[in-house]
Design a protein around this ligand. Sequence first.
Ligand code: UDP
Length: 472
Amino acid sequence: MVDSQEKPHAIFIPYPLQGHVIPSVHLAIKLASRGFTITFINTHSVHHKTSKAQHGGDTDIFSTVRRQSGLDIRYTTVSDGLPVEFDRSLNHDQFMAALLHIFSAHVEEVVAEIVKKGPPVSFLIADTFFVWPSKVAKKFGLKYVSFWTEPALVFTLYYHMDLLRKNGHFGCLDAREDPIDYIPGVRSIDPKDMTSYLQESDTSTVCHQINFNAFNDVRGADFVLCNTVQEHEPDTISALQSKMPFYAIGPIFPTGFTKSIVATSLWSESDCTQWLNTKPPGSVLYVSFGSYAHVAKNDLHEIAHGLLLSKVSFIWVLRPDIVSSDDTDPLPVGFKEDIGDRAMIIPWCCQIQALAHPSIGGFLTHNGWNSTLESIWCQVPLLCCPLYTDQFTNRKLVVDDLKVGINLCDKRPITRMEVSEKINRLMSGKSKDTLKKAIKDVKKTFENALTKGGSSETNFDRFIKDLKASIE
Ligand code: UDP
C-alpha cells in the first residue's frame, strides 16, 4: 500500500540490447510524465557504451529530461555478470548465458538496495525476455509489469509453444509447409513466418532456454504491455486478453522525428543530414540491419553489388561488427571507390531523424520491430530482408498484412540481380505509388492510436488505472 500523497514508484529494467533499451527509455519517460517515480536500471555494459558513444558525456542519461521537464526518473546501473570490456557481440552465447544464469542475482542485490532506500517501490517493469522478473517481483512484494517490445503475434507464438509442439510445427524448419491455424486469435500463419527460434529444431541452445524460461515466467506477470497498435492485430490481442491483462500501447517512440534527449545509442551517431540535403526528395534508400544481426559475408557482398547495380543513392549503416567483430572491412574490394558520392557509409546514425528526411524514399531493412514502426511513422516503404528471431514474423505483418513493403529474396540465397530489381521496384514507378498510399493510411492509424481517445492512449490510461488499483 502506498501513501496517497506519494508517487507510485516503479523499477524499470530493460533488456540490455539496443532494440529494447530504446523503447524502454521512452516508456519510462511516458510513465514518469504520468506521475510515476521511475528508477531505470541499465547494465554497466550498456551504460559504458552509451557514455562512450557520447564521448564520455552524461553519466546519468536522464539528467537532461529531469532538468527540462522535472520528471522523477532516477538512474542506476547493474552488472550483467560479465566484465564491461567483454565483447558481447562476438561472444553472443556467453552473453546470453550470463543473462540466463547470472544476471538475476545482481538484479536482486540492486532491487534490494532500492527497496531499502525508498521511496517505497510498488512495481517492477522488466522485459518479457528476462527469465526471472515474476520471481524477483514476488520476493520483494512488487507487481510485475512485463514489457514486450515486439508484435502481439510474436508474443502469442512463443506463448503457445506447447501447442506448436503438440501439432508438430515446433522446430519444423524445411519439414512442414502447411499453415498453422490453431493458435487462438491467429487465423493462419506459415511455419516460415514464425520467429526463427520456433522454427529451429535444436532446442539445446542458450537462446532457446531463455525463450522457454521467459515464457514460463511471463505467466506470472500481473500486466503485459506491448509495443503494437490494436487496430493492426485486433484478434491476436483479444485472444491474449482472455488469458492475461494485455495492453497494446504502441508505437512507443518520441513522435517528433528528432534526436532523443536521452542518450540511447550504443554507437556514436554520424550526421547524414547535410549529405541528404543535397539529394532530391524520395531519391535515397536507407539501408540498415539494426543493432544486433550479423549478415553472412557472401550475402553482404550480393547486397553491395545489388546496390551498385540499382543506380540508386543510398545511406548504408554498416556496424563495425556486421559480419563479425574481427573483420575490419566486410565490403567487396573497390566498393567504396565505385560508389563515389552516390552513397554514404556510416557505422551508426540517429535512425528516426534519417528516415524522416524528405530525401529518403525507401528502407532496406532486416525488419527489426522498432525499425519497422519507425519506417511506417516516417512513411518510408520497406524492402524486407529478415535475418532471424521475430524479423520473419514482422515481415509477414509488413508485406502480407499491412502491404507497406515488398519481399527481398524470400527464397535464399540473396542475389545481386534481385536486390537491384527490388530496390528499383521500391523506389520508383507504380509499385512505389501503391506502397506510398498504403503506408500513409497505416501511419494515420498510428497517429489516431496515439491521440487522445485513440486506442493506444486509451489502453495506456486503462493500464495506469488498473495498475494503481492493483496496489490499493
Ligand atoms: N538505430 C539507430 N541508428 C542506426 C540503426 C538503428 O538509432 O544507425 C535504432 C533504430 O532506430 C531502432 C533500433 O536501433 O530503434 C534497432 O531496433 P530494431 O528493433 O529495429 O532492431 P534490432 O537492433 O533489435 O535488431
